[in-house]
Design a protein around this ligand. Structure first.
Ligand SMILES: [Zn+2]
Length: 290
């Protein structure tokens, strides 16, 4: 009997170990409330339009410099420091600023692929070259008549190293309005903007830019501004930058007709003679009939 009681006791003790102990109270769960989402940052939209103040229109070294009959280069005998010879056919050794020259070579390559390779008629002209051409012209015609035929030294875009006159390989329509209707002229008018060039002296706006329609005269302004001008429907530089019209020189008699900015060429010949060269190594452009 005692033995039985002992067994029961052992069993009870063993069972006691199995008695469920009440769980300890669970710690309070702190409910984490996510912070409200931050207010979306208000981003001011980019102001519409093109930043026309990005580069100077006064600095002669700027790709955007505006030169016309009321805006001479400053200094008036400015000469660019980075002139190079573009590898494009010409009757002389042409010079242009490096960036413009590179762009012209690209444009020439694409024009050639399109079957309309062009030729350079005139590119950089120094102050002294233009001065000599102009002096001859004035002595022959007088100031007033001469101003209706060619630009004064210091007032020509060609002096910036950013302007180039282009023509056909045969010389047909050289420095003539009929260049606009040649395959080369039509291709250039449609495509030059892609290479950073604009047609500077547009038809019907002579009272603003001051020159006759010159479908051969292309001015390098860089691809960004050329695209903007293309998108805006080809305003003149004067209109784009909000400058006044520049139909003639400030001391010129009123009512003067716009004049060509480029000396008229000699009649094209099969074998165009190479112009002579002056001491500065520049072509001596023919000044007759200018
Ligand atoms: Zn020109």
């Amino acid at each position: 009997m005692i033995k039985l009681l002992g067994l029961v006791s052992v069993a009870l003790i063993a069972l006691a170990g199995c008695v469920a102990v009440p769980d300890e109270p669970e710690p309070d769960v702190v409910e984490v409330v996510p912070p409200p989402p931050p207010e979306p940052e208000i981003v001011e939209p980019e102001p519409p339009g093109f930043d026309l103040s990005l580069y100077s229109i006064d600095d002669p070294n700027s790709l955007w410099v505006v030169v016309n009959k009321l805006r001479p280069l400053t200094p008036i005998d400015f000469a660019p420091a980075d002139l190079v010879a573009p590898n494009v056919p010409a009757a002389f050794d042409p010079l242009m600023r490096k960036e413009a020259s590179d762009a012209l070579e690209q444009m020439y390559a694409e024009a050639s692929e399109a079957g309309v390779p062009f030729r350079i008629q005139s590119s950089y002209r120094s102050y002294t070259t233009q001065q000599r051409v102009k002096a001859n012209s004035v002595s022959r015609l007088g100031q007033e008549a001469s101003d209706q035929r060619s630009a004064r030294a210091g007032y020509s875009e060609h002096q910036t190293g950013l302007a180039v006159d282009l023509t056909t390989p045969s010389g047909r329509c050289t420095l003539d309005a009929c260049f606009a209707n040649t395959p080369e002229g039509e291709w250039l008018a449609a495509n030059a903007w892609r290479f950073g060039f604009i047609l500077r002296y547009l038809e019907g706006r002579s009272d603003i830019h001051g020159y006759v329609f010159e479908p051969w005269h292309f001015r390098y302004v860089g691809p960004e501004l050329a695209e903007e001008i293309h998108l805006q429907g080809n305003p003149t530089l004067e209109e784009l930058f909000g400058l006044g019209p520049a139909p003639t020189y400030v001391d010129a008699p009123t009512g003067g007709a716009p004049s060509p900015s480029d000396p008229a060429p000699d009649p094209p010949t099969d074998q165009a003679p190479l112009p002579g060269r002056d001491d500065a190594g520049e072509p001596d452009f023919p000044d007759d009939p200018d």
